[in-house]
Design a protein around this ligand. Structure first.
Ligand code: SAM
Length: 180
């Protein structure tokens, strides 16, 4: 899928994608500046989309690091499978609330998400966040990109500390929330 087909898929599914464009490189860099991926064993990404964050992660990890990418849109999954043929990258066409089913008892060092929480039903949001919390190792971090500061209240229900940064270098400008 080319960039224009990916954007068309994004616009055609606004109720589940929740975005008018994909994350900018500057936003991806900002998000990943909060994570030391070099020593990570297992990383989970939620909402792979066009693979913009996935690419940033892949650029920073070694072949020994496993990356699981959850994405509910089949077309995005097919496109990412072509873009990321690496053995340590697994594209999973399933919803984020099922993370634990794929971890085989392992814990993740990071869960990195661009899920559109403002568009997800309350009971599913809570399910995703509680599954995320139990998927993380003791020192693990959940890092979320979002467009609304109000989402901090949702994350605080599940995590004891939530720190926030902001960038104008994205359309729309975005927050990065780091939760532990
Ligand atoms: C805002 S887009 C982000 C895409 C890309 N990662 C980026 O940063 O530009 C959100 C993505 O999450 C996916 N998504 C929405 N709900 C999901 C769910 N419950 N589980 C997995 N993926 C989901 C959408 O299909 C969409 O691709």
């Amino acid at each position: 899928m080319g960039k224009s087909d990916l954007l068309l898929e994004l616009y055609s599914n606004l109720s589940t994608t929740g975005a008018v464009t994909f994350s900018s490189k500057a936003l991806v860099n900002k998000m990943l500046s909060h994570a030391d991926l070099s020593g990570a064993k297992l990383i989970v990404e939620l909402g792979g989309g066009d693979g913009s964050i996935t690419q940033g992660i892949v650029n920073r990890i070694s072949p020994g690091t496993k990356l699981l990418v959850f994405e509910i849109n089949k077309s995005f999954c097919v496109s990412m499978e072509k873009q990321f043929p690496q053995e340590n990258v697994q594209i999973i066409n399933d919803s984020a609330e099922n993370i634990v089913n794929y971890l085989q008892g392992e814990k993740a060092d990071y869960v990195l998400s661009s899920l559109p929480f403002s568009f997800i039903a309350p009971e599913i949001k809570d399910m995703i966040l509680s599954q995320t919390k139990i998927s993380l190792s003791e020192k693990g971090r959940f890092i979320q990109i979002c467009y609304s500061y109000l989402l901090k209240n949702l994350f605080k229900k599940h995590f004891s500390e939530v720190s926030t940064s902001f960038t104008l270098k994205n359309i729309p400008p975005a927050f990065v929330m780091v939760c532990k």
